[in-house]
Design a protein around this ligand. Structure first.
Ligand SMILES: Nc1nc2c(ncn2[C@@H]2O[C@H](COP(=O)(O)OP(=O)(O)OP(=O)(O)O)[C@@H](O)[C@H]2O)c(=O)[nH]1
Ligand SMILES: [Mg+2]
Ligand SMILES: [Zn+2]
Length: 309
């Protein structure tokens, strides 16, 4: 991806015009922090703007920039993305991260997590072709049994589910991070930044008491940030989510994003079946024979209605 020789020759020939390659390590609306990739620059960070009104750049994007000052620059191009994770409502869409290979959905019981949000994250991951890992954090606190019970459904669907306590022992997650570019997502206060701190003690990412977060109505993490775990593994911390709209999905993408629906798709009586209430629907039939749960069908119906509006 990075052509070192090319970059350095351009650099020496005409430094102000040289295009330098880097990765977006933080995205703050219209400002982006770009870490230069060429080893010559020792991961130097440049504060960048974009040309014109272009803002469709996300944390994790590989970009080429032109320096305008020692520590400032302009993003000229975005390299093709391997993946793009985003969410959208009826009015706008928001990019969460580019080039991630894994989405880690962080849950906890205090404050309690919304199961619908978990499903929305899983659907977004499937639709973007990104693998998902579900983490139930804060297992040092009492009363996790109900939550663990709920998560059995997702294990049965084939998702990896881990229970841990970022405050006590982070080691169980480590094997899942090797060689991956992972983004941590979830509601505010679930412990995403605490997990990053436990993995990277030198970074001291800001975390905050949940009560304070709820009082102020603000999330502790306000922008996505990329951290390097090692040479081949990256972690992106993201601001707490309250909603995860999926308006960008087509109805076809939505039904395929329910992994357990796949064997039944195309087997309904009507080939344009919406799986809502049509006769001889293979999906509804699979619910009646316990091959698909009623909870997941209910979530599908809700999302289907939502994206069709
Ligand atoms: N008991 C316990 N508390 C935890 C654990 N992990 C995080 N916390 C606490 O939960 C609170 C919220 O943690 P954060 O890491 O700031 O949560 P976040 O998900 O990053 O929140 P936002 O940045 O607002 O999205 C802090 O007070 C943490 O100390 C854990 O494993 N056990
Ligand atoms: Mg945070
Ligand atoms: Zn059907």
């Amino acid at each position: 991806m990075l052509n070192k020789n090319n970059v350095s020759t351009q650099e020496t020939s005409n430094s102000s015009d040289a295009l330098l390659q880097g990765v977006v390590v933080a995205a703050f609306g219209k400002r982006f922090q770009v870490e230069l990739s060429d080893s010559l620059y020792e991961k130097k960070r440049i504060s960048c703007v974009t040309r014109g009104k272009k803002t469709d750049i996300a944390c994790g994007d590989m970009v080429s920039i032109k320096l305008t000052d020692k520590r400032e620059g302009v993003i000229e191009t975005t390299l093709p993305r391997k993946t793009l994770l985003y969410r959208s409502n009826a009015f706008k869409s928001k990019m969460l991260a580019a080039n991630v290979t894994q989405i880690i959905i962080v849950l906890a019981t205090q404050p309690s997590f919304y199961e619908v949000l978990l499903n929305r994250c899983l659907i977004a991951a499937e639709a973007a072709n990104i693998k998902a890992l579900v983490v139930l954090n804060k297992c040092d606190l009492a009363d996790n049994d109900d939550a663990k019970q709920k998560l059995e459904l997702y294990k049965a669907l084939g998702y990896q589910v881990l229970s841990l306590s970022a405050k006590e022992d982070i080691s169980t997650i480590k094997p899942y991070l090797q060689g991956e570019a992972s983004i941590l997502v979830g509601q505010s206060g679930m412990g995403k930044s605490t997990i990053i701190n436990a993995l990277l003690p030198n970074e001291s990412v800001r975390t905050q008491e949940v009560s304070h977060v709820l009082d102020s109505g603000k999330h502790t993490t306000t922008a996505a940030h990329l951290y390097h775990l090692d040479e081949n593994s990256q972690l992106i911390d993201s601001p707490g989510l309250q909603e995860f709209g999926l308006h960008h999905l087509s109805t076809d993408e939505l039904e395929h994003a329910f992994v357990e629906f796949r064997p039944f798709l195309g087997k309904c009586r009507f080939n344009n079946c919406k799986h809502l209430q049509e006769p001889d629907c293979a999906i509804i039939g699979a619910v009646n024979t316990n091959k698909i749960t009623a909870e997941r069908l209910a979530i599908y119906k809700m999302l289907r209605t939502e994206i069709s509006q």
